[in-house]
Design a protein around this ligand. Structure first.
Ligand code: AP5
Length: 231
């Protein structure tokens, strides 16, 4: 279907969440994907699934993720290209944790052109590193649905249990204090250059990620609504 024939009201573009670990990308990406009824594509979640299932990709990714290092571009790009081929991605999707290197961003640019999608909308989660440690070490995730909690800021109604489906809440292995440092380092070195890359292209929208979850959500929604229908 040509772009002009797609139903009005859909985003028809990729929304990219860019920001350091713990900045709230996953929390907000899930909300946005729900709102626009488009898939939430978290490369971290996809990789954790591969690790859990013990696939060849999962076996390569596991030691790297455990040490807070990035998984090689070639492996991630293949995984992403396969995922966005699926029909549910036709009206756009929300990327959480991808792209993470300039190589990934350039490849994504080509993929989006091939799929006839509009230029991406990049949400840059701006936050200082001082609060990130508390956010990550306090994070708990539902084993069943992936809902994200925080024992300090966003606790579940019943400790250790997901409000949505009663699933068990677990701590991610890379949220241990000793892995958080290397993850922040990998972000600064390999991912932070994307801020300038997307700013130069005019795709970047800064969001103050220090505010409450609800305030950040409203800021993002206003920002995304302002470009709906824009080519
Ligand atoms: P990934 O899963 O993508 O992790 P990340 O980027 O490190 O980000 P996080 O999931 O830690 O944080 P977030 O920003 O989503 O924050 P959240 O919303 O959960 O990647 C994991 C690993 O996979 C990487 O290290 C790498 O090895 C590999 N990988 C993944 N993608 C890759 C790629 N493209 N290339 C190569 N390797 C890749 O929030 C954090 C906490 O804060 C939660 O507890 C939440 O409740 C709380 N919180 C959120 N917002 C607020 C708020 N506004 N106020 C108070 N608390 C808040």
């Amino acid at each position: 279907m040509a772009l002009e024939e797609r139903p009005v009201g859909k985003l028809d573009r990729a929304v990219i969440f860019l920001g350091p670990p713990g900045s709230g990308k996953g929390t907000q990406a899930k909300e946005l994907a729900r709102k626009y009824e488009i898939p939430h594509l978290s490369t971290g979640d996809m990789l954790r699934e591969h690790v859990e299932q013990g696939t060849p990709l999962g076996r390569k990714a596991k030691p790297l993720m455990e040490h807070g290092e990035l998984v090689p571009d070639s492996l991630v790009l293949k995984m992403v290209a396969e995922r966005i081929e699926r029909p549910d991605c036709f009206h756009g999707f929300v990327f959480d944790g991808f792209p993470r290197t300039v190589t990934q961003a350039k490849y994504l640019g080509e993929l989006l052109k091939q799929h006839g999608l509009k230029q991406p909308f990049v949400i840059h989660m701006v936050i200082g590193t001082s609060v990130l440690m508390k956010r990550m070490t306090g994070r708990r995730v539902c084993k069943v649905c992936g809902e994200i909690y925080n024992i300090y800021e966003r606790p579940p109604k019943v400790e250790g249990i997901c409000d949505c489906d009663g699933g068990e809440l677990i701590q991610r292995p890379d949220d241990r204090e000793e892995v958080v440092g290397p993850r922040l380092h990998a972000y600064e070195k390999q991912t932070a250059p994307l801020v300038m890359y997307y700013r130069r292209l005019g795709y970047l929208h800064d969001i103050d990620a220090r505010k409450s979850v609800e305030e950040v959500k409203q800021e993002i929604l206003q920002s995304v609504e302002s470009i709906r229908g824009v080519r």
